[in-house]
Design a protein. Structure first.
Length: 256
């Protein structure tokens, strides 16, 4: 009986909350309609703003449901981010290019760097705040400042080499960073764009000895190399799919 009564209280609370949300939405809609149909006094405008701001603070309205003038309001933006940081994604382009608003967003969730303007993705302070919150934000750091975060990149790749796949192209082309990533996780070779490493026979002998299917990511020259091919096939016969067509038939006849 107590459990049933408790459930009834919860259901009643949910029903009352939903009713309040609907009431607030109706009031906002009514106010918006009045604005369209009738001249709006300053007092009425303030009343509507306060109502919207209150609803945003309580999480009853999200930025993506607001009309443009509120999506571009700094006070509402800051409250919305504080309530639920994903609201930053739906702010106007002007506000996503606003330093303080963006700094607040990325300090709460570094991955919000994805949605900011190109200018702020190349702002060192904004990027630093984002990375301090979430190292994964490195994938959104702009090309103008990425080199300032070399140590951050190294630290990330030492922990998870597969993060190379989320890095900017010039990081994927960098021998030192790519080596760091592959040393941590051999599967990171999938994201390597460094031509020198993709032609490195000793590297690929080591890789395909552990996982023959990684032959797929070697350069064409190594896909014709007998030693590399045999090592790959010894680990996984399915790696035959990645042998160069020029030598495949001859190699497979010997191997079989």
């Amino acid at each position: 009986m107590e459990s049933k009564t408790g459930n009834q209280h919860i259901l009643s609370f949910i029903e009352e909350t939903l009713k309040k949300i609907e009431e607030i939405k109706k009031k906002v809609e009514e106010l918006e309609n009045n604005v369209k149909e009738n001249p709006v006094s300053k007092k009425e405008t303030v009343k509507e703003f306060d109502l919207v701001l209150s609803a945003v603070k309580k999480g009853l309205l999200t930025v993506d449901t607001l009309k443009d003038e509120y999506r571009n309001n700094k006070e509402i933006a800051l409250e919305a981010i504080e309530t639920e940081v994903i609201n930053y994604k739906y702010l106007s382009d002007d506000l996503k290019n606003h330093y303080n608003i963006t700094l607040k967003a990325v300090s709460i969730c570094g991955l919000m760097l994805e949605y900011t303007s190109d200018d702020l993705k190349n702002n060192e302070e904004i990027c630093k705040a984002a990375l301090e919150n979430d190292a994964g934000a490195i994938q959104f750091v702009g090309p103008d400042v990425i080199d300032k975060f070399v140590e951050s990149v190294k630290s990330i790749l030492k922990i998870d080499g597969l993060q190379l796949g989320k890095m900017p192209l010039h990081i994927q082309e960098d021998k030192i960073h790519c080596t760091e990533a592959v040393n941590q996780n051999i599967e990171a070779i999938k994201f390597v764009k460094c031509d020198e490493l993709l032609h490195d026979k000793e590297l690929f002998l080591n890789l395909v000895d552990k996982n023959g299917l990684l032959l797929e990511f070697a350069c064409d020259e190594l896909k014709e190399d007998f030693e590399v091919i045999i090592t790959a096939l010894s680990n996984n016969k399915d790696s035959k799919e990645f042998i160069s067509i020029k030598v495949r038939e001859r190699i497979l006849s010997i191997f079989n």
